[in-house]
Design a protein around this ligand. Structure first.
Ligand code: MEV
Length: 302
């Protein structure tokens, strides 16, 4: 085979970011916005499209898995997922690159193995990843994730739309995770209480998601946002979009991902979607109705 294409989705975290790094449960949903990688044999390794140290690590990891360490392989990348805004582009890139190269050599790692390889790669860009981003990117759909315990797929009930608002402010996941580490080091007892609250929120949210209790879900998102603000990962730009969405009738709104910039997400009942989209735009954000994806990693072109 001359070339092999694989793709992997981005994600939005609905509950538990940051606290998941400390072992608390978190809930994420895959987005139908994907990074696509095409691997092909060549004389000298080249990455086309996106050049990051992460891609080189992903290539190494995949070649080691297929017992071809040190051989040349080229990768072409395409993405309709916004990069570095908290929507899981690093993990999706790692998963897609590894899957395309293993596919090129006719091997398909188990989902768990692919997850573990992508997690190793993610450590290149931030030192202490919980694994939630590669877990949702590999599996798709909606998951409850707990560090070291893996995933539980969630059946989404209820009628709601997720509206994402991008502040356009760049941020680094590694730096935000480090900021929270310092907070936890300086305020260990406060952090313990906040962790316990985050854990209760995620379990109640799981029940509400399965029952389709959207009002309760929205309230829990607001509370979760409060905890994230408390540990120092919100920003004025994020607050503006969160408040604008709530004022326009969202059932709940919170920052999503690492924070410090990047994106927020609002839970919206059907009839308010347009109003929330407009409110986010007026508040200076770039709104997007989130396309939810059941599909995780995809081997081949379809
Ligand atoms: C980043 O998408 C989510 C964080 O919780 C970091 C991680 O879990 O690795 C901020």
């Amino acid at each position: 085979m001359e070339n092999f294409t694989a793709s992997a989705p981005g994600k939005v975290i609905l509950f538990g970011e940051h606290f998941v790094v400390y072992g608390e449960p978190a809930i994420a949903v895959a987005l139908d916005l994907r990074v696509e990688a095409t691997a092909y044999r060549c004389e000298k390794s080249i990455v086309e499209g996106l050049r990051t140290p992460l891609v080189e690590r992903a290539i190494e990891e995949a070649l080691r898995f297929v017992n071809r360490s040190g051989e040349a392989v080229c990768v072409r990348l395409r993405s309709n997922l916004p990069i570095s805004v908290g929507l899981g582009s690093s993990a999706a890139t790692a998963v897609a690159v590894i899957a395309s190269i293993t596919g090129l050599f006719g091997v398909k790692p188990s989902r768990d193995r692919l997850f573990r390889m992508a997690l190793e790669v993610e450590k290149t860009v931030h030192v202490n990843p919980s694994g939630i981003d590669p877990a949702i990117s590999v599996n798709g759909g909606a998951i409850l994730y707990r560090r070291g315990r893996g995933i539980e797929p969630i059946k989404l009930g209820g009628d709601f739309t997720l509206v994402i608002g991008n502040t356009g402010v760049p941020r680094s996941t590694g730096a935000m995770v480090e900021k929270v580490r310092l907070f936890a080091e300086n305020h260990p007892r406060v952090m313990d209480r906040l962790r316990a609250a985050a854990s209760s929120i995620a379990s109640e949210a799981l029940e509400a998601l399965e029952k389709g209790d959207v009002e309760k879900l929205g309230r829990l998102m607001d509370v979760n946002h409060g905890l994230l603000e408390a540990i120092g990962v919100s920003s004025l730009e994020l607050e503006r979009l969160v408040y604008a969405a709530r004022r326009a009738g969202a059932l709940g709104a919170k920052l999503t991902g690492a924070g410090g910039g990047g994106c927020m997400v609002a839970l919206v009942a059907g009839k308010r979607v347009e109003a929330v989209v407009e409110a986010i735009r007026k508040a200076g954000g770039e709104p997007m109705v989130a396309p939810i994806s059941r599909v995780g990693v995809l081997y081949g072109n379809g």
